[in-house]
Design a protein around this ligand. Structure first.
Ligand SMILES: Cc1cc2nc3c(=O)[nH]c(=O)nc-3n(C[C@H](O)[C@H](O)[C@H](O)COP(=O)(O)OP(=O)(O)OC[C@H]3O[C@@H](n4cnc5c(N)ncnc54)[C@H](O)[C@@H]3O)c2cc1C
Length: 427
């Protein structure tokens, strides 16, 4: 291909960010090449996962209804695991499963393949099995990509290549990943019959549950998740890689212990693990985002741009990736000249509420930096409830002094005050 025969945009990576971007640009008549290194879109992706529907609705109303989604999430569950027990908060909200359900569980292999095919149906050219290894730069502007011997040109290149964005690094917008910016996630898909999933998670029909757990990571910052799909559950743990490296236990051993915990085993017993994967997750939100999300001829979207929100009870990345892909597409469509694309992208990120959301949740990861959240507090909650519910015929200790004793076993008053203040300031 010559420089004269170029695309309006080349998008690197057919994850949700890249496919959303390609879909919208192609629909609006732009010539788009979507390049994916995997043999198919989704073949290289790992997620929890749950997808918030609003993002697909922003791309095209009703789009979610065509997507291969799993179960609509109506139960939000948080577990604090003790050694031999669990304190579980189970919030059922059937409004979440309303006319347009708020969120669905999702399996990325079928979802990403479907989304890339939808972009193709809008007119985008999708090329899989191609690893982009270089950017082509002319006079300080990105004008194309290199994949092996092939060179391809475009007015704008969009890096949708995920959390470890080599393209963003090659463009000089990103540095090397540091361990405090990301978590390492390992995940299994465990097949189980639908009626068993329904009974174990208290679900009817196509309802789903999203469960997060703390207290299962050997004190390492991180937590576990279980999402119910159709005919399977997705189960995994996300760790701080630096702390995990210092821990004596191997990561897969910690995952195994989690699965064998007496409160978790009954949920997955009899199931068959059919997939196993590991991936990085952007963890700290705004503070890990690059100073600029664009330069002349290049935009960063999705995980490559650092769009991730983890509040401890909600993990978001897919919806933010889709909205940032939409923002990039809108910018390319609206720009009268290439130099206007970057600033228009920044404006779109504001208008579509992405940056305001990132700013609002900017401090939440600081709660995840309180080490006691991952060991002492879950243990304390379990001990406190054990005390309240134990009846063995003996005269129990007076509740107030017993509770105080439990608290002192795990934390000091000073630590509670300091953690409370840190948590309050973070949110
Ligand atoms: C364990 C785990 C649990 C998670 N749970 C959730 C959850 O429940 N909900 C949620 O919203 N988010 C969750 N996330 C985050 C979510 O998965 C990401 O935020 C989301 O996938 C980002 O989408 P993306 O399109 O930016 O990047 P990706 O999905 O990573 O896609 C990038 C694509 O680019 C391709 N690519 C990379 N480099 C190249 C190259 N050089 N050339 C060609 N192609 C390339 C890759 O193969 C890939 O297909 C989780 C993540 C992990 C790891």
């Amino acid at each position: 291909m010559s420089a004269d025969d170029k695309f309006d945009a080349i998008i690197i990576g057919a994850g949700p960010a890249g496919s959303a971007c390609a879909y919208v640009m192609a629909r609006e008549g732009k010539s788009v090449l979507l390049v994916e290194r995997g043999v198919s879109a989704g073949s290289k992706n790992v997620t929890g996962g749950r997808l918030y529907t609003y993002a697909l609705e922003m791309v095209e109303p009703g789009l979610y209804a065509r997507a291969p989604l799993q179960r609509k999430v109506v139960r939000e569950q948080i577990m604090m695991l003790g050694k031999n027990g669990a304190v579980t908060m189970d919030y059922a909200d059937y409004d979440f499963g309303g006319e347009v359900p708020q969120s669905y569980t999702v399996l990325r292999a079928p979802f990403d393949e479907w989304f890339a095919a939808e972009a193709e149906a809008q007119g985008a050219m999708v090329a899989t099995g191609i690893l982009v290894d270089e950017l082509i730069e002319e006079n300080g502007k990105i004008v194309g990509i290199k994949a092996g011997e092939d060179e391809m040109y475009a007015d704008v290149v969009i890096a949708a290549d995920g959390v470890n964005s080599l393209i963003g690094q090659k463009a000089g917008l990103l540095g090397d990943i540091t361990p405090h910016q990301v978590g390492v996630g390992i995940k299994e898909i465990i097949e189980l019959p639908d009626d068993i999933i329904g009974a174990r998670f208290n679900l009817c029909g196509d309802e789903g549950a999203a469960r997060l757990a703390v207290g299962c990571t050997e004190g390492i910052s991180g937590g576990a998740f279980i999402y119910t799909n159709k005919g399977s559950v997705s189960l995994g743990i996300v760790f701080n890689p630096e702390q995990a490296g210092r821990n004596g236990k191997k990561i897969h051993e910690i995952l195994q212990d989690f699965k064998m915990h007496p409160a978790i085993l009954p949920l997955i017993e009899g199931g068959t693990t059919v997939e196993y994967g590991a991936h990085l997750v952007p963890e700290v939100g705004l503070s890990a985002m690059p100073k600029s999300l664009y330069r002349d001829g290049l935009l960063l979207v999705g995980d490559a741009a650092g769009f991730g929100i983890n509040t401890g009870f909600i993990i978001r990345g897919i919806d933010l990736a889709i909205v940032s892909g939409l923002a990039a597409a809108n910018a390319v469509i609206a720009a009268e000249e290439v130099s206007a694309v970057g600033p228009l992208y920044a404006k779109q990120l504001e208008q579509l509420s992405l940056m305001p959301n990132m700013r609002l949740f900017a401090g939440w990861h600081k709660i995840m930096e309180i080490p006691r959240v991952f060991s002492e507090y879950p243990a304390l909650a379990n001990d406190a409830l054990k005390l309240m519910f134990t009846v063995d015929g003996s005269v129990p200790e007076k509740m107030t002094s017993a509770m105080f004793g439990i608290m002192r076993r795990h934390v000091t008053v000073g630590q509670i005050l300091a953690d409370g203040w840190k948590g309050f300031r973070a949110i």
